[in-house]
Ligand binder design. Sequence first.
Ligand SMILES: [Fe+2]
Length: 430
Amino acid sequence: MTLAIWLSFPDTRLVPGSSLNQAEGSIRMSVDLRTRVDADQAPVDPADCFAERLPEALDENRNLIAPGASELGLSDFSIECEDAAWTLSWQSDRVSVRTGRGNGALARLTHQQFEDIVNDQTTPIALMSNNLLDMPQGALPDFLNWWLVLRSALDGRRIHASGDVTFSGDKRRSFDSDDSDEDMRAFLEEYGYLHIRGVFSEAEMAAVEADFPVAAPHFEKGDPRGWFATTEDGTEHLVRMEGFDRYSPTSVELIDEDRFQRIGGIPGLSHSQASRKPGSRIGALSKPIGVVKGISDVPWHKDCSLGRHSYECCNLTVGISVTGADADSGQLRVVPGSHRAMIWPAPCLQPNLDLEAIDLPTRTGDVTVHLSCTQHMSQPPEKRTRKVLYTGFGQEAEDLEAAEAQRRRLNEVRSKTHTSVSQEPGYRGD
Ligand SMILES: [Fe+2]
């Protein structure tokens, strides 16, 4: 018998016919949270936006904005674009917009950056990651708080407020291959992640591990597909190989098998690996101990933290534990339910967030799945190094050409992110 539960996705409007699934008297929400298509994207004039579109949207969505915004401690925030400026103020239960610069935080944006933020193609996190954040006053947290307000107004999403996300059971659960897709789907929808034990054998993972040194010589410093990080002793390590599938036919065979491809079908939507062309299907990560420069262990983030949530979420990110991981060896941590909460998408947990993070230890051959808007991080290993493969399943875009064109444009900037940021040594996410 299906347990009848109503999952609240407070940050999302229901799209009848595509977001609701009704079976055996239960109503469940899918993880298709998309509300935009690239082909519909319109140019944005900043003056028009601040004069008409934004005030209207702020008014229309006041009920989605106010509960969460009142918990953010908002102070005046100004945006300067093309020699003009506007200031947003929080006035007890609503936002006002006025022309001109205030005395509080200030973000300077190019016209393109402003348009991309309005259209949800980019975020303050993407600007920060690419050294493009221009804030002469205030800092990233100010921008992130107001970004939540802008998203809420422009996308009709509710800003997370304490108590919004509730659960029907234990947040910690793992599955094995005998469990049904239906059970895994229900858990994924409610908690935002899956841990599936023993999908692959130790022998299969040993064969994959043997391909790491075979692939490594194909990645040189400066190659955007290769990430490098430096440890305390000054050694530079190759920590990430994008396109590992080129050099590891063993890995390709394994992810093409039904026991793995089944994962894409769990949400019951259009998830596939169609957008992962040969040569870009698998990333292979090898995490050294004691990184002090560069990035090997990414701190708290949603995979949509750089933008495009409303065009793509939720995609599935799937990790294959080539070597097991625990608190000493680079385990994943996730915040169950965070995919149902519009919160800071990175680079740390939002201050005073009422959602709890959990550890996700795995054994060799286990698989983890998280949604692109589930907040997660990997801990830096302390006693044993870790190897893991990442791949994923994406939802099929209705307007494939327009979507690909936007991704290409944004990737020109983003593909260098790993060279412009460094992790905080020893950060464990607490
Ligand atoms: Fe991630």
